[in-house]
Design a protein around this ligand. Structure first.
Ligand SMILES: [Zn+2]
Length: 253
């Protein structure tokens, strides 16, 4: 039986150290069954790098302004043009992060503008959220969008509120750590038509892989952890993740 391919829905290939060895990183990923990768930008400075990576087979990109760079503001016309030019799969990563110094009002403005753009262009969003869950859910009520909340590490109750808002939940390296009880409980309970997988490489580590050292190929270990936590077949888990990722980001890479 042929295994369904893996889709790393969130990897920052343009960041060091991944950017120093793109060929090797991709070779190692393809060798373990990765077929698709989605590279989200974080600031305007890396829109071009993401677009260039998206020219490679199997790779798609998302463009947007991450809350850590919200101080830069966002010129919507520029973002819209770039999204069309590059045939981007999503707007991302965008969101709210109350753990940074960036003023909340700035974050709100930039996030809200990008949500509006996403609905006007009918593009999905890739959401980053730290300590701002209520505020984000409030905004999503005002601006309903398709999309995913990435690097989920919270409890199933909070997860359900995002699922009710119509979002997918993305699980990464955190669920390979047995100590991550809340994240693993969410991974166990997430409906099989609502999850996708990601590495957030190189930033987020796995059990046995330090933060800053992960790469897209590690999504194979995340799929294994997901299957184990859910008491499901690896084959079925990968097939579900694949189907959900394509439903969300399309089949155009
Ligand atoms: Zn990220």
């Amino acid at each position: 039986m042929i295994m369904q391919g893996l889709f790393d829905t969130h990897c920052h290939l343009f960041m060091e150290p991944l950017s120093r060895d793109t060929g090797g990183v991709l070779e190692r990923a393809f060798a373990v069954g990765v077929e698709r990768l989605l590279v989200p930008a974080v600031s305007m400075d890396n829109w071009d790098a993401c677009s260039e990576l998206a020219l490679l087979p199997g790779i798609g990109c998302a463009l947007g302004i991450h809350p850590w760079w919200a101080d830069d503001g966002v010129v919507l016309e520029e973002l819209r043009t770039k999204l069309i030019e590059t045939n981007a799969s999503a707007i991302g990563e965008i969101g709210l992060d109350w753990k940074t110094e960036v003023p909340r009002q700035k974050q709100y403005t930039v996030f809200q503008k990008q949500l509006e753009l996403a609905s006007s262009m009918d593009l999905p969003v890739i959401l980053h959220c730290r300590n701002a869950f209520d505020e984000m859910l409030e905004l999503l009520k005002k601006h309903p969008v398709r999309g995913v909340i990435h690097a989920w590490s919270r409890d199933p109750h909070l997860m359900d509120r995002f699922i009710e808002a119509g979002l997918y939940i993305s699980f990464g390296g955190v669920i390979t750590r047995p100590g991550a009880k809340k994240a693993c409980e969410s991974a166990r309970l997430v409906p099989s038509d609502r999850f996708v997988l990601e590495t957030d490489s190189p930033s987020i580590g796995l059990s046995g892989v330090p933060s800053g050292k992960s790469e897209p190929g590690h999504v194979a270990e995340i799929a294994q952890a997901m299957a184990q936590i859910r008491g499901a077949d690896l084959k079925d888990t990968q097939a579900a993740a694949w189907k959900n990722s394509i439903a969300l980001f399309g089949d155009s890479s």
